[in-house]
Ligand binder design. Sequence first.
Ligand SMILES: Cc1ncc(COP(=O)(O)O)c(C=O)c1O
Length: 468
Amino acid sequence: MTNSSSDRIVAALREWVATAPAGARLPSTRSLVARFEASPVTVQKALRTLIGQGIIESRPGVGTFVRAVRTARPHDYGWQTAALGAPPQRIPTASAALRAAPNDVIALHSGYPDKQLLPERLVRAAFTRVARSEAAVNRSPAAGLPDLQSWFAAELGEATPSGFAPPAASDVVILPGSQSGLSTLFRTLVGAGRPLLIESPSYWGAMLAAAQVGVQLVPIPSGVHGPNPDDLERAFAQTGARAFYAQPTFANPSGGQWSPELAERVLGIVRDHGAYLIEDDWAHDFGITNDPAPLAARDDGGHVVYIRSLTKSVSPAVRVAGLIARGPARDRILADTQAQAMYVSGALQAVALDVVTQPAWRTHVRSLRAQLTSRRDLLVGAMRDHAPAAHIEAVPRGGLNLWARLPDDTDLHRLVRDCEAEGVAIAAGDDWFPAEPTGRYLRLNYSGPNPGAFEEAARVIGAAIEAQ
Ligand SMILES: Cc1ncc(COP(=O)(O)O)c(C=O)c1O
């Protein structure tokens, strides 16, 4: 949310309109410019906002007027209850991590990095170039722009050890962000009513997608060191599952990264069971002390289906991700994405490709690492000093989040409310558990705005824990 001068004018005019009779004429733009000491552009923007809200109306050549208030008639949508029936299973609502917070709140709850951490100059220049290119008016092929497919394939190819075949560009399907890819994968590789193994805790958006598709989640306990392979082996054997959704690199929320030995064990188990590993490499660009090491690079047998998003590292406005799958799975996945959306905007793909192929992109990713290091350390230090009861099991080696365990008797919802009342937005850990939470956790994101306020935020959290 912003507090621009146009917002200020909107607020003042709304107050004025509230006491004005219907049909009253608003002062001229010139007098509003003088009254609010704002530019004509800003005043026009505020008027457009109020017109959009249906509060005033413009009569060209005559002026701007307060609209007649229509009496609100309560709608009765009750008939829809019978028409829709009950959903086959309860669909969880989107996590509180997605909520917008006012400017003056210290936002540790969100999952998306602040603008400061984005390659803003590169993104703006790419949009300008793409606006002049054919990509702005052409339809993209269904699987994506061939050059962008090649870029995703080459990136994974660089990590591929000798002895394994690197992926081909034709193995890549471009998606409008990885969230929609998760739904596609759960539909095509698992299917409604069938089991999907998932780390616990894991990404809430994956659980949301699973609930929408109707797959049955089978939680596998996991943490900063990844899952116990014996648990995984047992779950595959008991449930007959065909897929395991996991984040081996800088998991959201725990920040954990699997060791190479665990990665090999898991790959072996997946192969033995004729199953898929759905590898969500969401934090590929957010290594801090460690580099990402995708498991997909060590599988050329089609067992690993790999998703790698650019949304968080290029720009949340450039929703583009690459999915790499081999064999018939790739064809089914492509058929599903076509049924859902036909193709991804070629203009957005071209912007993403422009950004990641600039030499400055690599420089940006390196400087991002330095910034994430200092933000992470600042928040870890502040939490240890001011909120020692929030136990940070492991300092994350990558990703954007701290995962802190609270005393077992913590009333999480009260804690979140108390912190918010003191101007600090935090995310209760419950949303990241596919079944009952096994402890009380907080997820604290260190990539939001204003890291200078982390100390203050930790003080507020510490005091709120004390007050429980
Ligand atoms: C683990 C994980 N996967 C996928 C996503 C969704 O990414 P996208 O923005 O590309 O849809 C997120 C976003 O928070 C995430 O944390």
